[in-house]
Design a protein around this ligand. Sequence first.
Ligand code: KIV
Length: 247
Amino acid sequence: MSKRGEKIACLTAYDASFAQVLDQAGVDIILVGDSLGMVIQGHNSTVSVSMDDMIYHSSCVSLMSKRALVVVDMPFMSYSNIDQALFNATRLMQEGGAQMVKLEATQRQSEIIEEMSACGIPVCAHLGLRPQYIHKLGGYQRQGKDIEAAEDILQDAISLEKAGADLLLVECITHPLAAKIQQTVSIPVIGIGAGKDCDGQILVLQDILGITAGKTPSFAKNYLTSGSIQMAIEDYVAEVKSGAFPR
Ligand code: KIV
């Protein structure tokens, strides 16, 4: 799709019913995100989410997704070394039905990704704002704001592609940096709060339905202003495809 210049519309889902609605509404990638720690479990970060949680929600989603690619998050500290990463990614694929796993990465994770890729595990590398590092970062701020920080993230993207990542997800980075990454790497780049110049966009499902508990991110948009959930998701897909979202 990225080679054809077709925008990739992605959303999160955590259960079978929504997986079916998203799949039928034309969503290209369904992410079983560890954001479930917040939107499903009510925690204030993703840190407490376990492998068993991810496998449970992933198996619910993957059973109902017939055309969308199912990408599943590896939770906090489930990929701190190569053996652990291979073991847990295998569980997500075999028990959870994941078709690709996502991990929050910098160049430090290159070797892990290289090994996963060599073993036939499709990998999405999540760069920029990495919510599993919240206690190190001290808040959910935009990343890559100064020249050095932006260069580090660009180099991370280049290294992770080289290591074998199949997809990049860039969260809350400056828009020019997202554009630069998109121009530099040859794998697709999905953005969240990273501006228009990405191959695709992703949002958390609850944010586009206006049912987020607490503060909705400024870059999200409520599509459930009238009609049905199915129509709201179709509108989101149409706006990503046409480039009307994000503004
Ligand atoms: O966990 C998640 O839902 C995510 C998205 C915010 C991209 O990683």
